[in-house]
Design a protein around this ligand. Structure first.
Ligand code: ANZ
Ligand code: ZN
Length: 851
C-alpha cells in the first residue's frame, strides 16, 4: 500500500473560523472597568495595493500579542485603519485617469481582504479611513483650533519647485536635485506656506524623552538628534567702515583666537547690503542665484565648499586682526544666526573652504601629546595656544572662561539652538485634507467657520500632472467671505498626510463621534497606547508629530495625558536571500529554481540577502505563501524565524518546517480524538511516562508565558511548543493515559492559539471543546510540577549519617555544599567546630569532616 502524506485541510479550516469569528463578533471591544485595559496599536498602512511582508510581520506580532493578552484577562483594544490620503492615489489619477477616491477604496478592499485572510483579530467596527470626510473634517477642526491659538500660521518658505510639472515636490521627490517625474532640475522657490508650530513644544518634546522607558534606545536617540539642542555662544563682530555688526552662533568659543574669516549665508539679510554698488556686487548676486537652486541637503553634504568674497572686512576683537567676510552656502540661513565665525584649523568645513579659497589657517588648540594633523582640521579638545590669557588652559575649561569673558565685555551671550524647525504642512496637491481657510481682499486670511466643516474635496478636478489639480475646480475656489460677504478665494493647499496619522489612534476609540474628534472620557480610559508596533523608518517624523499633537490636545483640555505611546516595538526588516546569477544579477530563489538552475543543472553562486523592497524586486508576496501553506503556517514562520526586533531572513525550508509541525500536531490530535472524546478529563497523570509529560507540559506553559510577556520572544516560545510536541510523539500512550491525554491536548491547543489561531479552534472542536478557544483562559502552570524531579542528598558528619535533604536533580557541587551548610540542623550539629573538609559524591552524598 502506498503511503500518502496527507496535509491538513488548512484552507477550509481557516475560512471557516474566520467566518465564525466575524459572525459572532467576538473581537468587538467596549470599555470595561472590571478588566485591566490594554491598547495594542499597529502603524496603519498606506493602501497602495497588496500587503507586503513588512505589513504581515507587523500585524502578526500585534495579533499574537493581542490574542495572548485577551486570554490573560485583559480588555484589549486592537483596531485597524487606512492612511489613505497621499500621493500614490493622485499619481494613479494622473497616469491611469482613474478617480483617486475609487482607486483608494478599491486598494483598501484588497488589503482588508488579505488581512482578514491572515486571521488578524481586529475590531473591524472601529475601522478608520482617513480620506473619509468624516475623518478629515477633524483635521480641519484641529487646524482651526491651532490657528486660533497661533500654533498654525502662514509664512514664506523655500520649497522644491519643478517648472515643467508646475508643482512643489517633497524632498524625497527631488532627490539629486531633479524632479522624479520629468527629470527637470528642481528649483528652490519661495512660496507662502502653512506651518504648525511644533517648536513651541521643543523643550517638552526633548525632556519627556526621558519618560519613554518603553521605547528602544535608538529611537530616543534619533528623536533627540532630530530636535538637536546645542548649547553655544552668540558673538558679535564689528564690520569695518560700517555701523553694523555681524552676529554668529558658535559651539566652540574656545577657538575665537583662531578665527580667520567670517561667512554669512546667501539668504542672510546683509549679504546684498554689504556689496551694494561695490566691486563685488555682481559676483555676490550671481552666487546667490546659483545656490538658490540647491536643496538644503545638497548644500550641507557636498564636498566642494563654494562661496565668494564680499570685499568687506571685520575686526576680530579678540586678536585685533582685520579679516575678510565671505558669502557661502555651507552656512544655512535657517540655523543659528545664519552666520559663522570660521576657524579652519578646528572645523573641517571651514578647513575645506579655507584650502579652496587660500585663506589663512591658524592653530590655537593642540593635542596634549603629539602633533596636530596637517591634512585636516583638529576638532578634538586639547591645550590652548596663542590665545592671550587663555593660553595653556585645557580647551574645555576655556570654553566657559572665554564665554564669561565675552559676556563681561558685552560682546555676546550664552544661547541655546535647536535643529527642529516648524512643521511645513502645505502641499500643493489634490488628494489631501483641504486647509480650511479663505482669502478675502478685504479681510485677509479668514478661517472657515466650524459649522461649515468639512471642506470637502471636490469632484471634477483635472489630473494633468501639471500644477495642483484643486486649482482646476472653479466652484471649489470661488467662494464668499463670511465676514464681509465679498467674493473670496478658497485655499487650495492641502495638508501633509502626516497630519492624519498624528491622531488616528484617538479616533479609533470613538470612531463614530459626530460632534467632536473623539470622546475624551473614552480616550482617557484607553490611552495611552500600551504597545505600539511599527517600522523604525517612522522613528522621527510620525512619532514626533504624534507626540506634538498629543501635547496640543492636552493643552486644549481634551485629554489628560501627555505621551501617546508607552511602549514601542520597532520590528526588524524582512530579508530575502537572493542568488547571484552572472547573466541576470541578483534573482529570487524561485526564479533560480524555475528557470535557471533546473535547465542548466549548474549551481549558482549565492549572493547576500537584502532588505525586502519592491524596488529591488526581491519581495515575497504573502498571498502566495498563504495560498500554498495557509495563514497559520505563515504566522508561525514569521514569529518563529527570529525575534520581532531582529531581521527576519526568509527561508522556504523554514516555512515548510512550520507547515510540517502544524501537520504533526493535527495528526496527533486527529489520531486520539475519539479516545479523548470518550473520556472525562483527568488532571493527574497515572503512569510514570505521563508524569514526565506533565512536567514537560508545565515547563512549556511556563516558558511560553514568560517568553511572550513583555519580552516578545515568540520564537523561543514556539520552539518550546515544538519540543513539547516531540515529547508527545515519544509517549507510549496506554488506555490508562487517555483522561490525562485529554488535559494535555486541551492545554496544547490553548498554547497554540495566539500563534496559529485557526488550527487551534479546529483542534479544540475536534476534542469536544465548546466555546472559541481564543476566548478561553490562558493555561496556568504549577511551579512545583514544572520543577525537575528531586534527589535525596545524604549528609554525613565524620562519616556518620546525620541528616537528609531534597534537592533538584541537576544540582551542582557548589550548590549542594551551600544547601547543606545552610541547613539549620546541620548548623547546630557542627556548631563551633572547625570544618576540615567537605566531600561531595555527585547526586548522593555530602560528608563533612570536622577537625
Ligand atoms: C566656530 C567653530 C569652530 C565651530 C570650530 C565649530 C568648530 P551644532 O553643534 O550642530 O549646533 N554653524 C553655526 N551656524 C551655522 C549655520 N547657520 N550653518 C552652518 N553651520 C553653522 O553646530 C554648531 C556649529 O556649526 C557652530 O560652531 C558653527 O561653527 C556652525 F572649531 O563656530 B562653529
Ligand atoms: Zn472678507
Amino acid at each position: 500500500m502506498a503511503f500518502v502524506i496527507e496535509t491538513y485541510p488548512f484552507a477550509e479550516i481557516e475560512t471557516k473560523w474566520q467566518k465564525l469569528w466575524e459572525k459572532e463578533k467576538i473581537f468587538e471591544t467596549i470599555e470595561n472597568p472590571a478588566k485591566p485595559k490594554f491598547y495594542v496599536l499597529e502603524m496603519f498602512p498606506y493602501p497602495s495595493g497588496k500587503l507586503h511582508m513588512g505589513h504581515v510581520r507587523n500585524y502578526t506580532i500585534g495579533d499574537c500579542l493581542t490574542r495572548f493578552l485577551r486570554m490573560n484577562g485583559y480588555n484589549v483594544l486592537y483596531p485597524m485603519g487606512y492612511d489613505s490620503l497621499g500621493l500614490p492615489a493622485e499619481n494613479a489619477a494622473i497616469e491611469k485617469g482613474v478617480n483617486p477616491k475609487d482607486w483608494t477604496l478599491a486598494r483598501i478592499n484588497e488589503m482588508r481582504e488579505q488581512q482578514k485572510r491572515m486571521g488578524f483579530s481586529y475590531d473591524w467596527e472601529r475601522e478608520i479611513i482617513t480620506c473619509d470626510p468624516e475623518y478629515y473634517r477633524w483635521n480641519q477642526w484641529l487646524f482651526l483650533k491651532m490657528f486660533e491659538s497661533g500654533l498654525a500660521y502662514k509664512k514664506e518658505a523655500p520649497v522644491n519647485w519643478c517648472d515643467s510639472c508646475g508643482t512643489v515636490l517633497a524632498n524625497e521627490q527631488a532627490e539629486g536635485g531633479v524632479c522624479w517625474r520629468c527629470n527637470t532640475i528642481v528649483k528652490t522657490k519661495k512660496l507662502s506656506q502653512w506651518f504648525f508650530k511644533i517648536t513651541h513644544y521643543v523643550e517638552e518634546l526633548l525632556s519627556r524623552l526621558d519618560e519613554l522607558k518603553g521605547w528602544p534606545e535608538n529611537v530616543i536617540t534619533m528623536q533627540r538628534n532630530w530636535i538637536g539642542k546645542s548649547y553655544g555662544t552668540e558673538i558679535e563682530f564689528q564690520i569695518i567702515d560700517d555701523t553694523r555688526k555681524i552676529r554668529v552662533f558658535t559651539t566652540r568659543p574656545d577657538t575665537v583666537y583662531g578665527i580667520t574669516y567670517l561667512v554669512i549665508a546667501p539668504e542672510h539679510p546683509m549679504a546684498l547690503d554689504l556689496v551694494k554698488n561695490a566691486k563685488y556686487e555682481e559676483q555676490v548676486i550671481d552666487y546667490i542665484a546659483l545656490t538658490g537652486r540647491k536643496t538644503e541637503q545638497e548644500r550641507s553634504s557636498t564636498k566642494e565648499k563654494s562661496g565668494v568674497f564680499t570685499g568687506r572686512y571685520f575686526i576680530n576683537q579678540f586678536t585685533g586682526d582685520k579679516c575678510p567676510i565671505y558669502v557661502a552656502d555651507y552656512v544655512l540661513m535657517g540655523y543659528g544666526t545664519g552666520a559663522v565665525m570660521a576657524v579652519p584649523a578646528h572645523d573641517q568645513r571651514d578647513y575645506e573652504f579655507a584650502k579652496e579659497h587660500q585663506l589663512p589657517i591658524k592653530t590655537v588648540i593642540v593635542p596634549w601629546v603629539g602633533e596636530p594633523p596637517d591634512d585636516r582640521a583638529y576638532e578634538e579638545p586639547g591645550k590652548m595656544i596663542e590665545s592671550a590669557q587663555f593660553t595653556n588652559m585645557d580647551s574645555e575649561t576655556a570654553k566657559n572662561a572665554i564665554t564669561d569673558y565675552i559676556e563681561n565685555q558685552k560682546w555676546g551671550k550664552r544661547t541655546v539652538q535647536y535643529r527642529l524647525r516648524d512643521w511645513l504642512i502645505s502641499r500643493q496637491r489634490y488628494w489631501g485634507t483641504p486647509i480650511p481657510v479663505i482669502y478675502c481682499d478685504k479681510c485677509g486670511i479668514v478661517p472657515v467657520k466650524v459649522e461649515d466643516l468639512p471642506v470637502i474635496l471636490p469632484e471634477g478636478a483635472k489630473f494633468t500632472g501639471k500644477g495642483n489639480p484643486l486649482e482646476t475646480v472653479k466652484e471649489f475656489i470661488e467662494t464668499e467671505c463670511h465676514k464681509c460677504g465679498n467674493k473670496a478665494r478658497r485655499e487650495t493647499d492641502t495638508m501633509d498626510t502626516f497630519v492624519d496619522s498624528s491622531w488616528y489612534f484617538l479616533r479609533y476609540i470613538s470612531p463614530d463621534s459626530k460632534d467632536k474628534p473623539f470622546e475624551s472620557r473614552r480616550v482617557n480610559y484607553w490611552m495611552p497606547v500600551d504597545q505600539y508596533i511599527g517600522g523604525v523608518e517612522h522613528a522621527v517624523l510620525h512619532l514626533l508629530y504624534s507626540r506634538f499633537f498629543t501635547y496640543v490636545l492636552r493643552d486644549l483640555g481634551l485629554i489628560n495625558f501627555s505621551e501617546p505611546f508607552t511602549n514601542l516595538l520597532t520590528q526588524g526588516m524582512v530579508c530575502m536571500p537572493t542568488f547571484y546569477v552572472p547573466s541576470l544579477g541578483y534573482v529570487l530563489p524561485e526564479e533560480v529554481e524555475n528557470n535557471i538552475h533546473k535547465p542548466t543543472g549548474r549551481p549558482v553562486e549565492i549572493g547576500p540577502s537584502e532588505k525586502m523592497s519592491k524596488s529591488k524586486k526581491n519581495t515575497v508576496d504573502p498571498g502566495r505563501i498563504i495560498e500554498k501553506y495557509g495563514a497559520d503556517t505563515s504566522r508561525l514562520f514569521i514569529l518563529f524565524a527570529s525575534p520581532p526586533t531582529k531581521e527576519l531572513e526568509w527561508s522556504d525550508q523554514s516555512v515548510e518546517g512550520c507547515f510540517r509541525f502544524l501537520n504533526r500536531v493535527y495528526r496527533f490530535v486527529y489520531k486520539f480524538k475519539d479516545k479523548i472524546n470518550a473520556h472525562e478529563r483527568n488532571l493527574i497523570p497515572e503512569t510514570l511516562h505521563a508524569r514526565t509529560i506533565n512536567r514537560k507540559l508545565h515547563q512549556t506553559i511556563k516558558k511560553v508565558s514568560l517568553d511572550i510577556k513583555g519580552r516578545f520572544h515568540f520564537n523561543t516560545a514556539i520552539a518550546a511548543i515544538m519540543e513539547f510536541v516531540n515529547e508527545l510523539y515519544k509517549w507510549e500512550i496506554t488506555e490508562k493515559d487517555f483522561p490525562f491525554l485529554k488535559e494535555v491536548i486541551e492545554k496544547l491547543v490553548l498554547l497554540l492559539s495566539p500563534f496559529a489561531p485557526h488550527i487551534a479552534e479546529e483542534l479544540n472542536l475536534m476534542i469536544g471543546g465548546k466555546s472559541f478557544v481564543c476566548l478561553k483562559e490562558w493555561p496556568q502552570y504549577n511551579t512545583l510540577i514544572a520543577k525537575e524531579e528531586t534527589i535525596t542528598i545524604v549528609i554525613q558528619i565524620n562519616g556518620k549519617v546525620r541528616h537528609k535533604l531534597e534537592a533538584p536533580c541537576d544540582i551542582t557541587e557548589n550548590e549542594a555544599k551551600d544547601i547543606v551548610m545552610q541547613d539549620e540542623i546541620v548548623k547546630t550539629k557542627i556548631q563551633g567546630k572547625e570544618i576540615r573538609k567537605i566531600i561531595y559524591v555527585p547526586g548522593k552524598l555530602v560528608n563533612i569532616v570536622l577537625g
